[in-house]
Design a protein around this ligand. Structure first.
Ligand code: SAH
Ligand code: SF4
Length: 345
């Protein structure tokens, strides 16, 4: 059976035509699901009853089953663990902050990149998500927020998985959510975070998307980065930084670098100066976040005093830097941590 959220609007129209239904019916269903956030076509009352029944028999409208839902003690972060039809698990996190509702979505079940500090990396790769499974994470939370009169304002592809290893599905999902006849979520409201898959950074730059790009750096020399991020052996820093420079030049957009501060590993004055030298001249912003401790990595988070020093050094070298809070720490809201716990049990 066809999964509704896997189709873009044109594919929907073609599907309806192949069923002998007029294209405007496809538009009605599209609006009903993406604008009015109907749970199923049964709620779209503009549709004739026989068509609603036909759709129910011929299409699947949900792949995501909620297995667990946790709310942080301050109520500002909600994390859902979903099970997919083949029992793969993914996580989606909603963060309410500064009038924003930022959703952190997954692009794969597990991840093949094996970054040593990451709970998703520690569990290995299961499979790519389809565009529909990426879209439905947003729809799920949009429905939940609509009950409180609120909307998803930003989406970061920073949950489980490496989005640039599932590039087509991720870009298709963004385009589906971006559609003006549907949810109409602006491309600039999306951020894709990559571990640094150089050929896809080149491609993403050439395609000139309005979507924001973040690159997970965490180390400014190849020795240290090799030990934290195995993908660095394939895409070393000179190639990665060259691709980042090219991205900024081609798109004219500012790039974000991510840096998880690990006590005694990458949080010294020397590390900050090395980073400043590496990214010199790139229109960028550095987000530092104290490490979220995970089961299979002995590293500890930096102290907030060290994080402040790190930020000051970058800023005095002319590089804007923000210290991100470890949000939802009491609900394992770090990447992959909730699924890791369930996979064990
Ligand atoms: N695969 C992509 C996106 C998902 S990971 C990437 O690596 O960029 C999203 C972000 O969380 C990355 O910056 C990643 O390095 C970071 N991250 C993973 N585990 C972490 C941990 N234990 N503490 C802090 N940040 C972590
Ligand atoms: Fe994969 Fe990103 Fe985790 Fe690395 S940090 S293992 S690339 S999800």
């Amino acid at each position: 059976m066809i999964y509704f959220f896997d189709l873009d609007r044109n594919q929907m129209k073609d599907y309806f035509l192949s069923m002998g239904e007029p294209a405007f019916r496809a538009e009605q269903v599209w609006r009903g699901m993406y604008q009015h956030l109907a749970e199923s076509p049964e709620e779209i009352t503009a549709l004739p009853k026989p068509l609603r029944e036909k759709l129910r028999a011929e299409m699947i409208f949900t792949h995501l089953k909620t297995e667990d839902r946790l709310v942080s003690s301050d109520g500002e972060t909600v994390k859902t663990l979903f099970t997919l039809p083949d029992s793969a698990r993914i996580e989606t996190v909603l963060m309410h902050y500064d009038e924003r509702e930022t959703l952190c979505i997954s692009s794969q079940a597990g991840c093949a990149m094996g970054c040593v500090f990451c709970a998703t990396g520690q569990m290995g790769f299961k499979r790519n998500l389809t565009s529909g499974e990426i879209v439905e994470q947003v729809i799920h939370y949009a429905r939940e927020l609509a009950h409180r009169g609120r909307k998803v304002t930003n989406v970061v592809v920073m949950g489980m998985g490496e989005p640039f290893h599932n590039y087509e599905a991720v870009m298709k999902a963004i385009q589906q959510l971006n559609d003006a006849q549907g949810m109409n979520l602006g491309a600039r409201r999306f951020t894709i975070s990559t571990v640094g898959i150089v050929p896809i950074i080149h491609r993403f730059a050439a395609e000139k998307h309005q979507v924001n790009l973040a690159v997970s750096l965490h180390a400014a020399n190849d020795n240290l980065r090799d030990s934290l991020i195995p993908a660095n052996r394939k895409y070393p820093l000179n190639k990665l930084i060259a691709a980042c420079r090219e991205y900024v030049e081609i798109t004219g957009r500012r790039l974000t670098f991510e840096w998880a501060l690990i006590a005694g590993v990458n949080d010294s004055t020397h590390d900050a100066l090395e980073l400043a030298a590496l990214v010199k001249g790139i229109n960028c912003h550095v987000n530092v976040i104290p490490l979220n401790p995970t089961a299979q990595f002995p590293g500890a988070p930096t102290t907030s005093a060290r994080a402040q020093d790190f930020k000051k050094i970058l800023e005095s070298s002319g590089i804007p830097c923000t210290i991100r809070l470890r949000r939802g720490i009491d609900i394992q809201a770090g990447c992959g941590q909730l699924a890791a716990r369930h996979n064990k049990g």
